[in-house]
Ligand binder design. Structure first.
Ligand code: GRG
Length: 298
């Protein structure tokens, strides 16, 4: 059976973007600059990887993708918030993201902070949205919200960012680098797959298998990102005019060499795909998404 990944990604991206439009429409009746700032980054051309993974995980265990849409959108909002804050002068001080001026360059620093805050909070508004409450048992929704808060907050992504800041300019080893990225980028990718599987009604074994898949592709995602930094990511051109980030940070290619880093990413993808074995043919989209992570150019 062949699988047209490009068509799949296009269709899923559209579905997610229509849902984001539904949940965060332009404000009518009065002008509120915060909505403009939130929408600027939310619709700035992201790949929508986390929501697409979430929907695919719902389907692989037999659930309906439409049920998971609010959760998928919440994950994209949290991801967007993290990028806005990561770009701020107090953090990486980046001028461009996805080829466009960063949020604070357009709206000013105060508004960018608030846009991030607004998106993070909106995510939890969506996780308790009436659409979802009508379709999913409340206990399950509380559990998903708990897992997502864990992945996004100081137990996950925020800690990863702190570990990253602390490690800047220092020599660190491979295990430390893995721990940074497992928190900083891995946790949200993993919980995207996990929450999708829970919403779809996956049993414990299925959810565990999908978590393992999420962990492996999350690690591969970060290694590939480091490789792209060396081999060229067209979206990052001119990214670092005033950046405080680049050279002082540890990366996989710096620690193990470019070829070994690529091998490591391949191994993670193989492990991720192996975890999908119990799902047979139904695993096709998630397998293709794993492959996409390693083959992407941006
Ligand atoms: C500020 C609390 C806080 C956390 C920030 C995730 C994060 C922590 C920062 C992101 C910085 C960064 C560039 C990490 C590398 C991983 C990466 C390339 C993220 C971008 O994810 P994509 O490629 O983005 O899915 P798009 O643009 O497609 O949405």
């Amino acid at each position: 059976m062949t699988f047209d990944l490009n068509a799949y990604l296009k269709e899923r991206k559209l579905l997610v973007e229509e849902a984001l439009e539904h949940y965060l429409p332009p404000q009518k009746g009065f002008y509120n600059p915060i909505v403009e700032a939130m929408r600027y980054s939310l619709f700035a051309g992201g790949k929508r990887l986390r929501p697409i993974l979430c929907l695919a995980a719902t389907e692989i265990v037999g659930g309906k993708k439409e049920t998971a849409l609010p959760v998928a959108c919440a994950l994209e909002m949290i991801h967007t918030y993290s990028l806005i804050h990561d770009d701020l002068p107090a953090m990486d001080n980046d001028d461009f993201r996805r080829g466009k001026p960063t949020n604070h360059r357009v709206f000013g620093e105060a508004m960018a902070i608030l846009a991030g805050d607004g998106l993070l909070t909106e995510a939890f508004y969506l996780l308790t949205y009436p659409d979802l409450l009508a379709k999913i048992p409340p206990a399950q929704l509380v559990w998903i919200s708990h897992l997502i808060a864990q992945a996004a907050g100081f137990r996950g992504m925020v800690s990863g960012q702190v570990m990253d800041l602390e490690a800047t300019g220092k020599e660190i080893g491979l295990e430390e680098l893995k721990a940074i990225h497992d928190h900083k980028t891995g946790a949200l990718i993993r919980v995207a797959v996990e929450s999708g599987a829970i919403i779809g009604g996956g049993n414990k074994t299925e959810v565990e298998a999908l978590k393992e898949y999420g962990t492996q592709i999350g690690l591969a995602f970060q290694i590939v990102d480091d490789v792209l930094d060396i081999e060229g990511n067209p979206e990052d051109m001119g990214k670092n005019i005033g950046s405080d980030e680049p050279q002082q940070k540890a990366t996989y290619p710096k620690l193990v060499g470019l070829n070994e880093a690529k091998e490591m990413a391949q191994t993670c993808i193989k492990r991720g795909i192996h975890a999908l074995k119990p799902f047979g043919e139904r695993a096709m989209p998630l397998k293709a998404l794993a492959q996409y992570i390693i083959e992407r150019r941006g």
